[in-house]
Structures are given as C-alpha cells and as structure tokens.
Design a protein around this ligand. Structure first.
Ligand code: FMN
Length: 433
C-alpha cells in the first residue's frame, strides 16, 4: 500500500504506482503526499492525484482511476515503465537543452498530447475547456472526446489551442459524417479515430457504485453528499453535465445522462472494420490518427490505409484486460513506422522520466490521460497546467541527467534491456523465485 493516499474502503486494491515507486519507507513515520489545495505545493503528479482523491466522491474516482476486470492491463502499463532502465551518459554539456518538437508538422513545447477523455465535466465545471486552456498555455495539443461535455465550438474558441477531435463511431454513417462536418468547420486540426472501445470495457468497480445501470446506489449518494466542495463547484452550478456534442443524435426518450451514455454504447457498431476506416479516410483529408492499436500487423495495416499517425494503447487499461503494455511494442513499431507517419503511445505516463523512456523507445509523443486529469480534478485549469508544468520540469531535468540535449538525441542507446516481468513486491517477499 502506498503511503499517504487516502484509503477509502479499497485498502486491498493494489496501487498502480507501487512498481515505479520502489524506495518506499515501510512503517513509521509514514510518507504522505500533499492533499491540501495549494497547487504550488504539488511537486509530483502523485500529489495532484492525492488532492483529487480527497476532493472527488467515490463514483467519480472509480470512473477516473478504474480499469477493466482485474485491472491487469492498468498495472502492466505502469510496470512497463518501471522495467525499462536508463543508461545515463556523463560529462556531456547539457547547459542548453530543449524538449521542443514537431507534432504533425507544427511546433509543440513538449512531445505530449492531452489524451481524449470523456465526461470531463464530472471532474470539474467546464472540464474540457479547462483542459484545452491548459494545453494551449503549455504549448501542446488537446484531443476533445466525442463524449466530451463542453460544446466543440466553445472549446475551439480557446486562444492558441491546437484542437484535435477524437471520434467514436456510433449510430449510422450519417452521424460520423455530420460530426466530421462540424469538426472541420470548428477548425480541428486532426481526427483521432478510437477503435478499441466499440464494446464497452467491463469496469466492475464503477458498476459496483450503481444500484442499476443508470441509478447510483444509496452509499454512492451518501458518499457524494460527503464531498461538499465537489458538489458545490461541479454539481450545483449546472447539474450533471450532458454529452452536448452528441445529444441530438440520441432519441429524445434516451437523453437522460446515463441513459444517453448507455444508448451510445448500445449503438456503437461492432462491425467497425478497415472498410469503415477507408470511408473515414476518404471523407477526412486532414491528419487522421488511429488510436488503440496493440499489434504490429495492425500498425502495418494502418499505414497502408493511409493514416498520418498511429497511437499504440489500451485505452488506459479500461477495455480488454490482460493485454501487453503499449510501451513494450514501441521498438518494433518504430521499425515499421518510418517517414512522415507519427507514432504515439498512451497509457501509464505519470513522470517526466516516463516521457523520456517512451521517446527513447521510438515514440514521437505520448498521449497523457490521467496525469492532466488529476490536475484538473485538484484545481481546474490551473491544476491541469500544474500537471503539465511538473511533467515538463521533470522531463527537462531528466534529459540533462541522461546526458542529452534534445528530443532528437534520444534513442535506445539510453536504455538497458527491460527487467524481468516478475512482480518486484512478490520477489521481495520471496513468494516467487
Ligand atoms: C476517465 C477517462 C476517460 C477516457 N475517455 C476516453 C474517450 O472518450 N475516448 C478515447 O479515445 N479514450 C478515452 N480514454 C483513454 C485515454 O485517451 C488514454 O488512452 C488513457 O487515459 C491513457 O492512459 P493514462 O490515463 O494512464 O495516461 C479515457 C481515459 C480515462 C482515464
């Protein structure tokens, strides 16, 4: 159990950070993350996470943190970062160094993209706009989800934003065609087609907070009432946020909040195929990225289908459980993805050093989901900015400690072969030999 995180009835749950945080002091005095409200005192993403845990009711936390079934993929994504180890170079002049890069042909301050996440209005009032503002301030793109809560046109107004749109295919072809028309008109730069969520992941911990698919349980309601700061700042101003970019495609009788989410889930065609991608490719001429790829032959097919980028990832461990970690596919995927096609990875990024590992393994950028969300939950747009600042500072320092000056210098020469897949906790206890 990790020191300091408020434990609310889930003490037995393994902490997904435990493998990356090996130097823990057991016993007394207990180490504690910062859980107050002063964002400047959050020195790591883990502090923003602890602040978020304190502010959010249980059912929101389950939605934010949870993975599918045993949460094996979720843990694997953190463990994968822990397995790769740096080989730092000494006596290199690193007085001038930079993390600046190009993403889809335009400059970015950091090789990072704020990943699409649905239902951001549950974390903070105007959550999508808040994340978009943080992305614009931090000089990185923001991907708005089909299941976002703030209207596309309002997000598009955020000054200086590099605005990308994530598409879930649902309903008939006319729905995505109309969405793409609007997305284009709003000036979105790129489209991210998510392919690994046509069947909704089996997130049991989230389901346990509800009495029925659409109704919260009594303990869930009581627990929410015990979080007055969240109720006052997120719930009371507008009530629970609607999926405003898609609500009109849903029949009137299904437009209640949870009903609409379930209606969309039930109408995501499981027939989605490479032919659908070909039709979308034909319709969308700006950069198109395929998100949710976890096999090398699919990387190959995506390139053949003419996409501008591939995002390796498992949806943050929320879909199929028990998959490989996308990070481990990077070296082989890099060998396939050449030239102008972008190779991105998502899942498990919590540190600047994680970012450098992904880049050294061949990623052009990482899509970060929960890390900026912890910031959003802890302190709105300023909190999301704090998350980006922390990641930027950590990565900038680690780049120097590694003996490198730029993103372009990073490569596999800075990494040792991964450690064995064994769970270090059970090895310590002598459980596994
Ligand atoms: C709360 C939450 C909601 C998400 N919603 C979406 C979504 O609407 N569309 C999508 O393509 N991915 C979605 N994802 C997956 C993220 O885009 C990203 O792949 C994942 O969060 C990466 O893992 P990380 O959270 O460890 O960084 C969601 C993830 C989280 C945590």
């Amino acid at each position: 159990m990790q020191a300091g995180l408020p434990a609310r009835g889930r003490e037995e749950m393994p902490d997904p950070n435990r493998f990356a945080s090996v130097a823990q002091l057991d016993g007394s005095p207990r180490r504690r993350y910062y859980t107050g409200r002063d964002l400047r005192r959050a020195v790591a993403i883990a502090d923003l996470r602890a602040m978020a845990h304190r502010r959010l009711p249980r059912f929101v936390l389950e939605y934010l943190e949870g993975g599918a079934e045993e949460e094996a993929t979720l843990a694997e994504e953190r463990m994968a970062y822990g397995r790769w180890r740096f080989l730092p170079r000494q006596l290199v002049d690193v007085s001038q160094r930079s993390l600046h890069t190009q993403l889809l042909g335009a400059p970015a301050a950091l090789p990072l993209v704020i990943a699409p996440t649905g239902f951001n209005g549950l974390f903070h009032r105007q959550g999508d706009i808040a994340l978009a503002q943080a992305a614009a301030r931090g000089g990185v793109p923001f991907v708005q989800s089909t299941m976002s809560n703030d209207p596309l046109d309002e997000v598009a107004q955020v000054p200086g934003l590099r605005h990308w749109w994530q598409l879930y295919v649902f309903g008939g072809d006319e729905v995505w065609q109309e969405l793409l028309r609007r997305v284009e008109a709003a000036g979105c730069e790129a489209l991210v087609l998510t392919t690994n969520a046509q069947i909704f992941g089996n997130r049991e911990w989230s389901a346990r907070t509800r009495a029925s698919p659409t109704r919260p349980s009594v303990p869930t309601l009581l627990d929410a009432a015990l979080h007055p700061r969240w109720v006052a700042t997120t719930l009371l101003p507008h009530g629970l946020p609607a999926f405003r970019n898609v609500i009109e495609f849903i029949p009137r009788e299904h437009r209640g909040l949870m009903q609409s989410a379930f209606w969309i889930r039930a109408h995501q065609p499981t027939s989605l195929s490479w032919q659908t991608l070909a039709r979308i490719r034909q319709r969308w001429r700006r950069p198109l990225l395929l998100k949710g790829v976890l096999r090398l032959d699919d990387v190959r097919r995506a390139i053949d289908a003419g996409v501008e980028g591939v995002v390796l990832g498992s949806h943050g461990g929320r879909q199929l459980d028990g998959t490989v970690a996308a990070l481990d596919l990077l070296p082989a995927a890099r060998a396939l993805v050449q030239g102008p096609v972008a190779l991105y990875v998502s899942g498990g990024l919590r540190r600047g050093t994680d970012l450098l590992k992904a880049l050294a393994l061949g990623a052009d950028a990482v899509l970060a989901g929960r890390a900026p969300l912890y910031g959003l939950c802890a302190g709105g747009s300023a909190g999301a900015s704090r998350a980006l600042e922390i990641l930027q500072r950590e990565a900038h320092d680690a780049l120097g400690l590694l003996g490198a000056r730029s993103v372009g210098e990073l490569g596999p020469q800075f990494l040792a072969a991964p450690l064995s897949c064994e769970d270090p906790a059970s090895t310590r206890k002598g459980g596994k030999k």
